[in-house]
Design a protein. Structure first.
Length: 398
């Protein structure tokens, strides 16, 4: 895949690139606590002198909210800031970027940089100046939309391919037929960039959209309230396109199929060097080995009008921490489950960290019933996996 760079004349830059006062290029980032992730789509180009300032705003947001912000930098076709002319060695454009650009109102004369927050309109328009991004992003972070998205990528550098697992939870959201969009971005691309100080010969371009794995508006699926859905994908050909696999990321975006608004998103490196392969052994409370596919049951007598915390106890032998993924089954409510590693108990999550030693799978039963939760114990690379079913029974005596 080619990369974009072409020198823009001073006259054109003066006409097309918005002039932002120097004092407005720096904005204080407020402190916000949130579990909601926000997608910032940055429309940018090599010939725009303000684009490095916008990239710095995006970088500051990522540094300030590393668990809450995902950035995609798009270089659409048909705009003077991204047209490489004869300088085809640095062409960052891709058809998907143009599709999104047109959908959000971009034209051949739209001044850069522009940003779209969560693929929705802000102040009546999709495209917003970068001086407005911080306020818009922090506002969106405080609007919990009721969906969880997590993503795993197991990259094979030799094969230049990756296996992708996306887990989506409906935690009370109204939309039960969302679309899932998967995109590939690349970091650490060194090339030219216009700036206020002149042309930068070795500028680092990050978050550059390379392609989509799904349709640009995603794959449709059913996600009922309280449900968890796991979707598998495979992608390859990084080197064939001239992309450095170790610099690439997979971005998962859950959207409303009608409005295209982002419900939640997640990002992971194609090759996650922090993931490790760990052998582990699970045991029940009596010391018996728990095998893949086993079922554990706890039962307590139902007392009308009283809630009851039900717990299944076990232990794990391993050299370092592993992970536990949760999928709620029959009657189980996601928010009512929790998981404890040793004495550290964590409220409802899609995935927990489990250290060597004891563990407890808890469920708070509010009413009489039989509640089923599926747990997947796994190492970072999913080389070693044990799936079990836990049944929590809060029933009257028969």
């Amino acid at each position: 895949m080619k990369k974009l760079f072409y020198i823009l004349s001073v006259a054109l830059a003066a006409v097309s690139c918005e002039i932002i006062p120097e004092n407005d290029r720096i904005e204080e980032v407020p402190q916000v606590e949130s579990s909601q992730r926000v997608l910032l789509t940055e429309f940018t180009g090599y010939k725009c002198v303000n684009c490095p300032d916008a990239a710095e705003v995006a970088h500051t947001l990522l540094e300030s909210y590393p668990d809450n912000v995902v950035v995609i930098a798009m270089h659409p076709e048909g705009n003077s800031f991204t047209d490489p002319g004869t300088d085809t060695a640095n062409d960052y454009r891709c058809p998907a970027a143009q599709t999104y650009y047109a959908a959000f109102g971009g034209t051949t004369v739209t001044p850069f940089p522009k940003g779209v927050i969560n693929w929705k309109k802000m102040n009546g328009m999709y495209m917003n100046d970068y001086t407005l991004w911080t306020a818009a992003v922090t506002k969106e972070m405080q609007e919990e939309k009721g969906y969880g998205v997590s993503i795993k990528s197991i990259g094979d550098a030799a094969a230049q391919s990756t296996s992708i697992t996306v887990t989506v939870n409906n935690l009370g959201g109204d939309i039960t037929n969302p679309n899932l969009v998967l995109l590939v971005t690349e970091d650490n691309i060194i090339g030219k960039q216009s700036s206020h100080e002149g042309e930068i010969e070795e500028y680092e371009h990050n978050h550059v959209l390379r392609t989509t794995i799904t349709d640009v508006w995603g794959d449709a699926f059913t996600l009922e309230d309280g449900a968890t859905v796991e979707k598998q994908y495979a992608f390859g050909g990084f080197d064939d396109n001239g992309w450095v696999m170790n610099n690439c990321n997979i971005v998962a975006v859950l959207i409303d199929p009608d409005t295209k608004e982002v419900l939640n998103c997640a990002e992971v490196p194609v090759i996650d060097e922090t993931l490790t392969t760990v052998e582990f052994t699970l045991k029940d409370v009596d010391g018996n080995i728990i095998n893949d596919g086993d079922t554990l049951v706890v039962r307590e007598q139902y007392v009308p009008g009283q809630s009851k915390q039900l717990a299944i106890h076990g232990s794990v032998e391993c050299s370092e921490a592993i992970s536990v993924s949760v999928e709620c089954g029959e009657n189980a409510i996601f928010e009512n489950q929790s998981f404890c590693s040793g004495m550290m108990c964590v409220p409802a999550r899609e995935e927990y960290s489990l250290n060597p030693g004891t563990w407890y799978a808890d469920y708070m039963a509010d009413t009489e019933g039989r509640y089923i939760i599926n747990y997947t114990f796994h190492d970072g690379t999913y080389t070693n996996v044990t799936k079990i079913t836990c049944i929590f029974e809060y029933l009257s005596e028969e």
